[in-house]
Write a protein that binds this ligand. Sequence first.
Ligand SMILES: [Cu+2]
Length: 159
Amino acid sequence: MGPHSSIKGAAVAAVLALFAFAAFPAFSGMKMAMPTAQGFAVAKEVYSSDRLFLVKVISIPKPIPFEKYFGVQFAIYDGHNPKRLLRDAKVTLFAGMRHGLKHGFAHGMESSPKLSENGGVFTVKGMYFHMMGPWTLKATVRADGKKDVAYLRLPCCGK
Ligand SMILES: [Cu+2]
């Protein structure tokens, strides 16, 4: 086969591939790993930076609403024993956008969320995302005499 025939063959294959996707959009969609409208899903759990703690997300709206208040529930587990709920964990939260920064935040939220705890389940109310794009929820966790920080990426937003 000369170079011309192989180029022609590749072009035909590309046209066939385009046709297949156009003809079966549902099938091509099934191959995706259930993306949200923003391109990524919220992790169900995330380890802290030094893996001392595991933050398990119990509930979060799917998708996260734009310019509406929403809540998040989570619990803290021992990073070295992920079945051990840390009932005495202390948590402080900050949510903001990085806009490309590797550390820190370009800005935070415009709301003042309230965090409460009951039986090891943390509930934060009054989260509010005023800008589209990836947000980061930073959880500073203190438990077992140690401190570590976990980052949960939150996509904004759906309708
Ligand atoms: Cu922003």
